[in-house]
Structures are given as structure tokens and as C-alpha cells.
Write a protein that binds this ligand. Structure first.
Ligand code: GLN
Length: 382
């Protein structure tokens, strides 16, 4: 980004080790949602979303392991793109779950995301998972996908999820109606593995996290406790004092799932289910060009709502499968709920379809003005 002439304005808040959906698990505390200061901006890249929504920056980067670009973009009324696994380098990013992590842009519009993608996409010798594949000119392609004749898959299972808020459902359906008016065809499809998304992700992601975070031993890496009595005390206290409760919970779950005796029953099984989830999508893409979903079942939570871990995990139902399959997906703002909080539409594409996703949202944004609306607090920063 430096070579492109961009100036980094600063680092922003996020959930500790990118684990969370509210940014409240941050070591330095909660971030406010610019649309309603007593609400969260989403997570884990909540600070990035809040900064753009408050007009402190024209765009920001985030990482998305299970939704952390798309869900905060949805909660803050922004456009956010999670690229195909391997499209953008992760060099310099602390690994959370290495087989799921991907970096991407968050901005007001698809056009702004395209400009940032032109700078950050591509192979990087410093990230072994980044793919050597030609990069599109995302800006030049902004009008290249025809919405006329586009087949948009509507997964039956997604719109019958118990926790789906009525306003979110209504706004998403209105946005699909708009795309239909623009010439798209809506096709009902089945994604039969929907119920498996949350358990599969919350097994694989903690397993990889427990392995990645084992380097925080207080000896060669990371926080070290004061005056350890002996080596065991050093390990124990460094890792108990240095990690917050959500991170500790995931290390415990992940270590358990990887331990001898449980590895086959949990980890290997989850990997098999992961493959079935991917196949479910590939089958769907035989009949449709993109798949539509809400980005999240609700709008932004209140700060301090104190969701139980399982309640919070269930809020990730619409974003996790994209990472498990390695697919690209975009969030676009499509209106507001009864409390004037933003609602997001998610479009999931086949591998390497970033240009197509940006182009569809760009054309939608030429016909709507949700992406140009600003929170009152942002008006002061223009
Ligand atoms: N909310 C999900 C989690 O807590 C996703 C986080 C992310 O994408 N970094 O794991």
C-alpha cells in the first residue's frame, strides 16, 4: 500500500486475536458503532468498520476468518469484501486459524473496495498460502458483470433460520427485489449443510488457534509473567494472565479436540464435514452465479449485551461457511432496521469471482443510495 502512495493513518481496535463478533473482547475495551454509540460495531474487525463509518478514513483493511470483514461491514453500513482464500497476502497478520484467515477491504462502496483490492491482491512470496494467479483489474471490471440474466441463488435453509430478525429479512428481500428489477433471476436453492456450519467452524477454528497460539509461551514469544517460581509457573501464569477469557476458552476447546483419543472423533470428523460444506456450494454454483444471504441474522448488538458464547457463535451462521469453503463473499448495505441500524446483504461467489461480486454491488449502488448515507457523527468528520 505504501508503494501505491497510501498513508497508514493508524491501527484500530478489534477483538483479542480476532476472536469475537463485537470487538468487546479487546484488551483495551469496546468500540462504539457510529450509527448508535451504545451499540457495537461488530467484530472482530470492528475498529476498521467504525473508523470508515465515522469518516475517519476512506477505507480500511480487515481480516475475515469467519466473518470479521462482512459482519462489521454489515453492522456499520459499509461494503466489505472477503476475497478467495489465498488472493490477498496475510504477511504481517497474526494467524488465528490459518486455513480460514483472509484479508480484505472495507469501504463505503464497492468502487472504493475495488481500488484497494487493486493494491492488495496478488501473490506474495512472504505468504506461502497466497496464490500465484493473475490478478484482475477490479476497478476496470466494475461494470463488466451483467446483472441482466444473472442467476442469484436463494438458499431455502438460510431464510428459515430461527434467529433471523424480521427487519433484516425484509431489507434483504427488498434488495433482492431490486436486483430482480435490474434484470437478475432469483433461483431457490438448497444448502443442506447449513446446520453444520457453526459446530464445524467452532471446532476447526479453535483447533488451529490452539496450535497457532502455542508459541505464546512466555519464554521465546509473547507476554511473560512477573517473578515466576519455576518453569511450569512461568507457562501457567504467562498464558493465564496474557490471554483474555474468550481466547482461553478457544484454546481449551481446540486443545481438547486435537488431543490423542479425541482427534479422530472431533477434528478429523469436522474436516470431513468441511469438505461436504464445500461440495454443497460447488453443487449450487452449477445452477447459479452467486448466492444471496444476510450477512448476519441481526443488526448491531448493544454494548454489554453479554451474549453467551453460544449465542454469539450462532450470530455467525451466515458467514462461517464461506471461510470453510475458501470462497469469496461481499457485504453491501441495503437499508436500516426499526432502530435505524444498518442491514447488510451478503453475496457469495465462486472461487476467484471478486470482480463479479464487486461489479454486481457497484451496479446495485448506482441504483440505490444506502452506501452514501452517513451516521450523524460522521457528518461532523466530513
Ligand atoms: N466471529 C468469528 C469468531 O469469533 C469470526 C471472527 C473472524 O473472522 N476473525 O471466530
Amino acid at each position: 500500500t505504501k508503494a501505491a502512495g497510501l498513508v497508514t493513518l493508524g491501527k484500530v481496535n478489534m477483538d483479542e486475536f480476532a476472536m469475537g463478533s463485537t470487538s468487546e473482547s479487546s484488551y483495551v475495551g469496546a468500540t462504539s458503532n457510529p450509527w448508535a454509540l451504545d451499540h457495537v460495531p461488530g467484530g472482530s474487525s470492528g475498529g476498521s468498520a467504525a473508523a470508515v463509518a465515522a469518516d475517519l478514513a476512506p477505507f480500511a483493511t480487515g481480516t475475515d476468518t469467519g466473518g470479521s470483514i462482512r459482519q462489521p461491514a454489515s453492522f456499520c453500513g459499509l461494503t466489505g469484501l472477503k476475497p478467495t482464500y489465498g488472493r490477498v497476502s496475510r504477511f504481517g497478520i497474526i494467524a488465528y486459524a490459518s486455513s480460514l484467515d483472509q484479508a480484505g477491504p472495507m469501504a463505503r462502496s464497492a468502487e472504493d473496495c475495488a481500488y484497494l483490492m487493486n493494491v492488495i491482491a496478488g501473490h506474495d512470496a512472504k505468504d506461502s498460502t497466497s496464490v500465484k494467479k493473475e490478478v484482475d483489474d477490479y476497478v476496470a471490471n466494475l461494470n463488466n458483470t451483467s446483472v441482466k440474466g444473472l442467476r442469484i441463488g436463494i438458499p431455502k435453509q438460510y431464510f428459515n433460520v430461527a434467529g433471523l430478525d424480521a427487519d433484516v429479512k425484509a431489507r434483504v428481500e427488498e434488495s433482492l427485489k431490486k436486483l430482480e428489477e435490474m434484470g437478475a433471476t432469483l433461483v431457490e436453492i438448497d444448502l443442506n449443510m447449513t446446520e453444520a456450519y457453526v459446530p464445524t467452524y467452532y471446532l476447526i477454528a479453535p483447533a488451529e488457534a490452539s496450535s497457532n497460539l502455542s508459541r505464546y509461551d512466555g519464554v521465546r514469544y509473547g507476554y511473560r509473567c512477573e517473578n515466576p517460581a519455576d518453569l511450569m509457573d512461568l507457562y501457567k501464569r504467562s498464558r493465564s494472565e496474557g490471554f483474555g477469557p474468550e481466547v482461553q476458552r478457544r484454546i481449551l476447546i481446540g486443545t481438547y479436540a486435537l488431543s490423542a483419543g479425541y482427534y479422530d472423533a472431533y477434528y478429523v470428523k469436522a474436516q470431513k464435514v468441511r469438505r461436504l460444506i464445500q461440495q454443497d456450494f460447488l453443487k449450487a454454483f452449477e445452477n447459479v452465479d452467486v448466492i444471496a444471504a444476510p450477512a448476519a441474522p441481526t443488526t448491531a448488538y448493544k454494548i454489554g449485551a453479554n451474549l453467551s458464547p453460544t449465542e454469539m457463535y450462532l450470530g455467525d451462521i451466515y458467514t462461517l461457511a464461506v471461510n470453510l469453503a475458501g470462497l469469496p463473499a461481499i457485504n453491501a448495505p441495503v437499508g436500516f432496521d426499526k432502530d435505524s441500524l444498518p442491514v447488510g446483504l451478503q453475496l457469495i461467489g465462486n472461487y476467484w469471482s471478486e470482480s463479479q461480486l464487486l461489479s454486481i454491488v457497484h451496479q446495485y449502488q448506482q441504483n440505490t443510495d444506502f452506501h452514501t448515507q452517513r451516521a450523524a457523527i460522521a457528518e461532523e468528520n466530513v
